[in-house]
Design a protein around this ligand. Structure first.
Ligand code: ADP
Ligand code: MG
Length: 324
């Protein structure tokens, strides 16, 4: 199977119209793809790389890997309030393994269809297994949810339950046992659901927004730094995975309720949205939460004094995942 057969067989099928007027004049097959940006919209672009051994374990289910490679990028579009349009795929593989490609393309195709995003091109090379996806989305001019827009007095909100992906990683690393509950964390780690509907619905409601991918505290700190503000957090209301006493003696790092909670707020792989909004938006946000059937919790407020504190003014450390 040469490079062109591979592209034709596994990836060309993802280059098809999912809706009328999708802006694609020319997809896979030429030197460049040709697209038309939607009228009166800004293009939102993001790129993410998954490296084997760094972002995923070699034994990861391949279909799930296809899902995740796209999901982490869609999560960035969600965080800007953008709707997905097109993506590109740069794939580096040690060898052209049909079974691997079949499963990977399947995972990718399923999520691409669900999210309404079309594959328009890419690159295929030989080397250590690495997956890079670049996504483009659209958002009406001036409506993007940026990190630098938080204002003093805003509420801070977060979607979902924090810590599941990170706990799933401990399970995958054989540091926590496999059982009915911990399996759901592994699912969250390997097939995160990007919060696209929430992101779009927050246009005109939220001020600043970020997706939580490298630990809640660290990612919130990015909003604070970009906006030149600080935060007070309602520690007890932070929606983390409830402490599981049966794991009490299993792993020192998470062996009591406090350390467990701290881990949930610092681990990666949540792919939830953290955003700020004026207190006047509370009712709208709660209505949105029930409409979308997604829990969204108010966890604190933005203050002028920089840094992270508890409601009673104790300082908090914003540690999270960092590559360097
Ligand atoms: P070039 O040599 O001009 O860079 P390539 O031979 O790399 O072109 O790619 C041929 C066509 O196939 C291009 O349209 C490119 O975007 C597409 N393509 C290559 N690899 C992939 C891939 N992994 N997924 C989707 N499209 C791909
Ligand atoms: Mg090329």
């Amino acid at each position: 199977m040469n490079e062109f057969d591979l592209i034709r067989r596994f990836f060309q099928p993802l280059d098809r119209k999912l809706r009328a007027g999708d802006g694609v004049d020319l997809g896979i097959g030429d030197d460049c793809a040709l697209m038309q940006a939607p009228d009166h919209q800004q293009l939102a672009m993001s790129i993410d790389t998954l490296v084997e051994g760094v972002h995923f374990l070699p034994e990861t289910d391949i279909r799930r890997l296809g899902h995740k490679a796209l999901a982490v990028n869609l999560s960035d579009l969600a965080a800007m309030g953008a709707e997905p349009l097109w993506f590109m795929l740069a794939l580096t593989l040690p060898k052209p393994d049909s079974q691997w490609l079949q499963s990977f393309a399947q995972g990718l195709a399923d999520l691409a269809l669900a999210a309404g995003i079309r594959l328009i091109g890419g690159d295929t090379t030989r080397g250590p297994r690495t997956i890079t996806i670049q996504v483009t989305g659209a958002v009406p001019v001036g409506c993007a949810l940026r990190r630098d827009a938080a204002q003093v007095g805003d509420d801070i909100w977060v979607s979902g339950v924090l810590g599941q992906g990170g706990l799933g990683l401990l399970v995958r690393q054989h540091l926590l046992p496999v059982d009915d509950v911990s399996t759901t964390w592994v699912d969250k780690l390997e097939t995160p659901i990007p919060r696209l509907s929430l992101g779009v619905s927050l246009r005109g409601v939220a001020r600043a927004c970020i997706d939580v991918s490298d630990g809640f505290l660290q990612d919130l700190q990015h909003i604070l730094t970009a906006s030149g503000v600080g935060a007070r957090l309602l520690w007890d209301t932070l929606p983390t995975v409830p402490w599981q006493p049966r794991y009490g003696n299993v792993l020192a790092r998470v062996s009591n309720p406090q350390d467990w909670k701290a881990y949930c707020l610092q681990c990666g792989d949540d792919y939830e949205l953290c955003f700020t909004a004026a207190p006047g938006e509370r009712a709208r946000i709660e209505a949105l939460s029930s409409q979308l059937d997604l829990c969204v919790t108010r966890v604190g407020s933005i203050v002028a004094e920089p840094g992270l504190q508890t409601a009673s003014g104790e300082p908090l450390q914003a540690n999270g995942f960092q590559h360097f």
